[in-house]
Design a protein around this ligand. Structure first.
Ligand code: ATP
Ligand code: MG
Length: 362
């Protein structure tokens, strides 16, 4: 496979007076056979970065290397996209409806005028790996959603690419097949030791595919690291939110506590600020009528405002009894009716503190 290195990559789009710095001095390295995720909000510059790696976009500045070979340089494509041995999968995995599954998978090979016998061998091989051999003669409308997905993946992999580039590949799928599609891509990626880069705004995509990831904000990488490190140790409020649900609520720093309305989180560290933003994820909080829960700290009384259910957990919105305008989202293993008053608990070691600009201070 291939090792990918990106060095100080910058892409500036100019349209009349309008200048957009879509990628700003981005650097990253993905080892041979490794997976890397790029996470960021809409317009952050994810697709632009992927298109530059694919060779579809010319860098304004910076370099891209495949193994140690330069493939893109400032204002120059050195290796053309068709010679990069990559497969690029966009949101749309759609198959051609008027072609059989076989012809769909064979399409990229016919395009490069591969001999028929070799095409047959490759299509058979990949459809065995992906367990769709029995539907090769069917048309897309005659197969299940999962089989369609696997056929699309087969089409992406049939050229034996060295590098798989995925741009929000799961966002158009039904929720039921999204998880299995993620698992399938991950399994195939591992089996083939395929160097893979995935971009998405959805942390679930990144968590299921990538070991390491970079968070892109307005064209810049603001944090790079192992995905669980990013989740547990975000450098800013923005990064913490891109990685998953988190409550960020303003609190007053008092001598022995951070105070939020009638709630008080024990806190005895010395910091210069009188106001902080407390960040805590819903899974690191509990609600209970009991006053003590092991490993958690009781921070005071709240009222349950909304109680809903999704994917095996109850999701509650609660407010301190002193102030209904402050809200926390809390996960609960049991159903708790709205209107009920109970104690709110947190795991203190999971709490993150940000300053008023959203920078992590603790
Ligand atoms: N060809 C282009 N010409 C001018 N501006 C562009 C072009 N392509 C992208 N941009 C701008 O560059 C910025 C980054 O766009 P990009 O498509 O890389 O974002 P993204 O992170 O992929 O967003 P999304 O999550 O919505 O797909 C945006 O401000 C976009 O408008
Ligand atoms: Mg995009």
């Amino acid at each position: 496979m291939v090792k990918v290195k990106v060095k100080d990559l910058t892409k500036i789009f100019k349209k009349g007076k309008n200048i957009v710095v879509a990628n700003d001095k981005i650097s990253l390295e993905v080892d041979d056979g490794a997976t890397f995720g790029i996470l960021g909000e809409s317009g952050g510059g994810k697709t632009t970065l992927l298109r530059q790696i694919a060779g579809l976009e010319i860098p304004t500045d910076g370099y891209i290397y495949f193994d140690e070979k330069v493939v893109s340089a400032p204002n120059k494509i050195i290796v053309e996209p068709e010679n990069r041995n990559i497969s690029l999968v966009f949101q749309n995995w759609a198959l051609y409806p008027n072609m059989t599954i076989y012809d769909n998978i064979a399409f990229p090979l016919k395009n490069i005028k591969m001999p028929k016998s070799e095409i047959d061998k490759r299509v058979t091989e990949i459809s065995e790996t992906l367990n769709i051999k029995q539907v090769l003669k069917h048309y897309p409308r005659e197969v299940s959603g999962g089989q369609m997905q696997r056929a699309a993946l087969a089409r992406a992999l049939v050229k034996n690419p060295k590098l798989l580039l995925l741009d929000e590949p799961f966002s158009n799928l039904d929720a039921q097949i999204r998880d299995s599609a993620r698992a399938l891509v991950r399994k195939i990626q591992k089996e083939l030791s395929l160097t893979t880069i995935i971009v998405s705004h959805d942390p679930a995509d990144i968590f299921s595919i990538a070991e390491d990831a970079g968070v892109i904000v307005r064209g810049k990488f603001v944090q790079i690291g192992n995905v669980s490190e990013l989740y547990n140790n975000p450098i800013s409020e923005t990064v913490s939110k891109l990685l998953g649900d988190i409550n960020t609520v303003e609190g007053e720093v008092k001598e022995k506590a951070i105070v939020i309305g009638n709630l008080a989180i024990p806190f005895d560290k010395k910091i210069d600020l009188t106001e902080v933003k407390v960040g805590i994820r819903p899974e690191d909080m509990r609600i209970s009528q009991a006053e003590i829960i092991k490993n958690y700290v009781n921070i005071g009384k709240v009222k349950v405002k909304v109680s809903s259910y999704s994917a095996g957990i109850f999701k509650l919105i609660v407010s301190p009894i002193s102030d209904e305008s402050i809200e926390f989202s809390v996960n609960s293993e049991t159903h708790i009716r709205s209107g009920i008053e109970a104690f709110l608990f947190i795991r203190p070691e999971k709490m993150k503190l940000f300053d008023s600009n959203g920078n992590r201070i603790m």
